[in-house]
Write a protein that binds this ligand. Sequence first.
Ligand SMILES: Cc1cc2nc3c(=O)[nH]c(=O)nc-3n(C[C@H](O)[C@H](O)[C@H](O)COP(=O)(O)O)c2cc1C
Length: 354
Amino acid sequence: MSVLFSPWTVRSVTVRNRVVVSPMCQYSAVDGVPDEWHLVHLGSRAVGGAGLVLSEATAVEARGRISPGDTGIWNAEQVAAWRPVVEFIKGQGAVAGVQLAHAGRKASVYSPLVGQDGELAEADGRWTTVAPSAVRFAESYPLPQALAKAEIDELVATFAQAARNAVEAGFEVVEVHAAHGYLLHQFLSPLSNLRDDEYGGDLAGRLRFPVAVVEAVRAAVPDGVAVFVRISASDWVDGGLTVDDAVEISRAFAAAGADLIDVSTGGNVATAKIPVGPGYQVPFADAVRRKADVATGTVGLITDPRQAEAILADGSADLVLLGRELLRDPYWPLHAAAALGAEVTPPTQYARAF
Ligand SMILES: Cc1cc2nc3c(=O)[nH]c(=O)nc-3n(C[C@H](O)[C@H](O)[C@H](O)COP(=O)(O)O)c2cc1C
């Protein structure tokens, strides 16, 4: 019996298998509105058999976009454009999830599609970025403004409204992006949060805003909708977040209503040296799952069906997320099922091929 191809249930959500499409920016939206690209891109991975299809980092407000090409979910036009994407994913038997994001000090930069790095020129629509403290991510990035307390309260409400919008669009999983050096991670890490008010200082202070966001998102969605949180379990530099911090952070998010912690690492320090290799982030998901007693997802260089199966069988995670391997092969779940001797049903339109 394959664990990878067994269902998993949280709240009212049941995924047909444990393969998750990891959030991947496509930088292809205009004014935050997803289009045919997003339908075909995400839809193909649902056709390919994934259990859960997560959208790319989708901004909760315009200044929270990394680049002008990011998707958003702060207005009615965006919600209406997400709806057919979500319906298609669900029609293929997959669950549709959205990653709610705010890039903070990593916003207002060129997308990789443009072939230019760093801060947008004024002519290309540069905007003012915000962060816990007025510290750049890197030399080529914008200098952010430190958020005032009232603005932090507003942002909590902004995340909650985006979560309501996500439900209106039909999403059944809402993942709060608190990883990869974006706004919530900027608050969590002592390297980017230099505040001396109640939103900074010790870990309890640095958790205050991110926890308020998770609580507000949880309260904004119906009971049946699942809330995930993606964290970076290490900053990979001395003085940054460690796996022990990650366990504490995960406990706090679980208490705030997170159903699963999606455990990634890095992204907040441009110069960090990350020892990348197959499954290199699995030990972090394992530590969080065992010590914080919360369901986890794991991600990072998971490419082989037996590798994915072993991670779940070992109890290191409940779900595996695949990024680039699913770009190379949207039918990875169907191929993996065959390799593991599991039964899956391909789309009836494709039945003669499987
Ligand atoms: C093109 C691309 C875009 C990405 N965009 C996001 C994103 O929007 N949100 C996020 O949390 N991670 C993002 N990531 C990171 C992936 O979700 C994943 O964590 C990472 O690629 C490692 O997994 P992999 O080795 O299976 O690709 C992106 C990765 C790629 C390759």
